[in-house]
Design a binder for this molecule. Structure first.
Ligand code: ADP
Ligand code: MG
Length: 697
């Protein structure tokens, strides 16, 4: 039997082939099931009528009842607008139309009683509502007891006169037809223990809530369900992998002990020790490790990586580290080589720019097992790169590599997969981590080495440039180097380049005797590297650049990061940029420069930067700020195609869902118990239809 919810959307009354095409293209709605899961992103409260005299422009949307006393057209051409004076007997408000004026004039008459709905705003001293929704009073809308759903719509749909109201009508029709077909999709014991609404009642109330309470209950149930199945799949993936892939066992700590005794350059932080313990437990467990290691810039991930490599080398295997860019690979190589040399461990670098003649010996020594550590870029993935026995693959900056690349590294061993450690300097909030990396174990270095001076961050307005220049001068007099970073936004590359060039010129004018470097994305790689190298060597004192330096060279002597047009950067990006300084022994500074006019979100971003250096805290705030949905109500694009849950707000629900999923799978890994049959069917059905859950970046 065909599933009712698989029926093509074309066959719903009121849709037809043409609209069906639009729905598919614009909203990715193909079937009845897709439509019924096209949830409202907000609701209009039609449960009350506001007295006009009580309205002010802080209210979101208001419903009022009254009559028009007069109409007037004012202005001409693009300023032409229709004003209707609307009163409820006590107060008066202006209704304004800029478009479809003739149509409105035909339809709406003075003296008739209407229900009007819209967003009040202030124009000078007067309040008005632009393009209100107007309906003649009927018995139905007078009852005023409903929450009207507002659905995500695209501009294209709007231009074809399909609005939220129309979608609401289709939903009502669909719900009527669907009623006998809606089955429960969570097991009875879950619905009962969590006191959830049934699926049927939840669906009805998510579209047409009968009360605020029922709306909230419907949201809670549907969000939980969505998060639960995502987590169930992720945990299942992890279990399958652990089951299927044996792990090489590394439990020889002799080399590591020697390193600790003779060469450890500093005492490890508690966080570093904890993370090493977590990884060591994996390495000797007999299961293949898949772990995410997150830690702020400067938290000391490199030494942790090296220590893990030692554990593997102690077990006669090899280790590799893959970085997303040539510069990063070189930097890792330089840092790790310092440690490796002290231990007489052979290490090599392999990137795209390593010459053929130099590659051959690397390939040979790798295959014979003589070479123990190989650092590189995706050049590592090439066919000719063959390990003798790869025990550990470390991947830096995960989000730049796809899963496909990750698994290519795995396959470097034919018999048994290497352990995999993914490192990232972009801490992500727990809720996001649980979903994006839900199939990985997570370790966090949430503590900086002792004695680190926190970077001092301040905010300056454009107009105070002279003061900033004075500060730059004093820092350079003290021997420091300076970064000045300009935003780069792809749509207007030319304009950005102009800003950058203007900035460079004003720096050369302010500091005529100081050698200044400039680096941007449109330069040839060789020219870029050359300029970078000059700055690294200290030949130039100021580096004017776009965000290309975000993941760039490590220059301990650079102690000032100036970020121009800071309002144009996201919070996480600001934090990443700031991480370029604070690497040496000197006090470091970050100065955020903006114009006077700042939006509310920008203010929060700037304040957060000034207030904290903690990447985890910053990540949480960033998630809250960027939240889901823009004005049109489309979900934030990205890796997480969630229909209703919102990772910036639903943390506790997510935690709850993950715990339940994990409980169920640990007591019944293959979902064989009778009470779990429903779950099993759900997963199998979803597998046929939905997106590829293993997609990560
Ligand atoms: P990350 O890669 O996490 O950004 P690094 O590994 O490059 O950080 O470490 C930053 C700096 O801190 C390096 O100079 C490193 O030698 C130093 N460092 C790391 N761990 C410690 C520690 N426990 N105590 C003192 N210094 C440390
Ligand atoms: Mg690092």
């Amino acid at each position: 039997m065909n599933n009712f919810f698989d029926t093509s959307i074309e066959f719903l009354k009121g849709v037809g082939p043409q609209r069906a095409e639009l729905f598919k293209k614009e909203l990715k709605i193909f079937s009845f099931g897709d439509l019924i899961q096209h949830y409202p992103f907000r609701y209009e409260d039609r449960t009350r009528f506001y007295p006009i005299s009580s309205i002010d422009d802080t209210l979101p949307y208001v419903q009022i009842k009254g009559k028009f006393t007069d109409f007037e057209i004012i202005g001409d051409r693009s300023k032409r607008r229709l004003i209707g004076y609307f009163t409820d007997g006590n107060g008066e408000i202006e209704m304004v139309w800029f478009q479809r004026i003739d149509w409105v004039m035909q339809k709406i008459k003075p003296g008739i009683e209407y229900v009007a709905f819209g967003k009040p705003s202030r124009f000078g001293k007067k309040l008005n509502i632009a393009h209100p929704e107007i309906e003649p009073v009927t018995e139905n809308n007078l009852k005023g007891n409903s929450f009207q759903p507002v659905y995500p719509i695209s501009e294209k749909l709007r231009s074809r006169y399909i609005d939220s109201k129309q979608i609401g009508k289709l939903q009502a029709e669909l719900l009527r037809l669907a009623e006998p077909h809606i089955r429960e999709t969570l097991p009875e014991f879950v619905v009962a223990s969590k006191k959830f609404l049934s699926k049927k009642i939840a669906l009805r109330n998510i579209h047409f809530p009968q009360s605020q309470e029922l709306l909230q209950a419907a949201q809670r149930r549907l969000k939980f369900e969505e998060l639960f199945y995502v987590q169930l799949r992720l945990i299942k993936m992890k279990l399958v992998r652990q089951d299927k892939f044996k792990g090489q066992i590394f439990n020889d700590t002799n080399i590591l002990t020697r390193f600790y005794k003779e060469h450890l350059p500093f005492e490890l932080t508690e966080a570093q020790k904890r993370v090493i313990r977590e990884i060591y437990a994996d390495l000797k467990s007999g299961k293949q490790m898949n772990r995410l290691l997150q830690g702020d810039v400067g938290s000391g991930k490199t030494i942790v990586a090296f220590i893990c490599m030692l554990l593997v080398i102690g077990g006669e295997a090899q280790a590799t580290l893959m970085a997303p860019t040539e510069i990063l690979a070189q930097q890792h190589y330089a840092n790790l080589k310092k440690y490796a040399d002290r231990m007489n461990i052979p290490i090599a670098l392999l990137t795209g720019s390593v010459k053929k003649s130099q590659r051959k010996p690397i390939h040979e020594k790798l295959q014979s097992g003589e070479l123990k550590i190989l650092i590189g870029t995706h050049a590592l993935l090439e066919e000719e790169v063959k390990f003798h026995k790869l025990g550990l693959a470390i991947i830096d900056e995960q989000h730049r590599f796809g899963v496909a690349q990750r698994s290519k590294l795995w396959q470097k061993n034919t018999d048994v997969y290497p352990h995999v450690l993914v490192m990232t300097a972009t801490p992500i909030p727990r809720t996001l981590a649980m979903t994006l990396y839900g199939d990985l174990e997570i370790s966090s270095i949430d503590e900086l080495p002792k004695g680190r001076k926190p970077i001092i961050t301040t905010h300056q307005f454009d107009a105070h440039r002279l003061k900033v220049n004075g500060f730059i001068k004093s820092q350079m007099d003290a021997g420091r180097q300076i970064y000045v970073v300009y935003p780069l936004i792809e749509e207007s590359e030319k304009l950005d380049l102009k800003h950058l060039m203007d900035g460079y010129e004003s720096m050369t004018r302010a500091f005529p005797d100081i050698p200044i470097s400039i680096v941007h994305g449109q330069m040839k790689p060789e020219a870029k590297d050359y300029e970078m190298a000059r700055f690294v060597k200290g030949e130039t004192k100021i580096m004017v650049a776009t965000t290309v330096i975000e993941v760039g060279v490590d220059v301990p002597n650079a102690s000032v990061m100036i970020i121009e047009s800071a309002e144009r950067f996201g919070l996480s990006q600001l934090h990443q940029l700031r991480g370029r300084v604070g690497r040496g022994v000197d006090q470091s500074y970050c100065i955020l420069i903006t114009g006077y006019k700042l939006g509310a979100d920008t203010k929060v971003r700037i304040e957060t930067m000034v207030k904290t250096n903690n990447g985890f805290e910053i990540a949480e705030t960033d998630l809250k700020l960027r939240g889901p949905g823009d004005l049109m109500g489309t979900q934030q694009s990205g890796a997480l195609d969630l229909l209703i849950a919102d990772l910036s707000k639903d943390g506790p629900l997510l935690q709850d869902a993950r715990e339940l999923a994990s409980q169920i799978l640990s007591s019944d890994p293959n979902l064989e118990k009778p009470e779990n049959q429903l779950i099993k069917t759900q997963i199998q059905m979803a597998r046929k239809t939905t997106v590829n859950w293993s997609r990560i970046s």
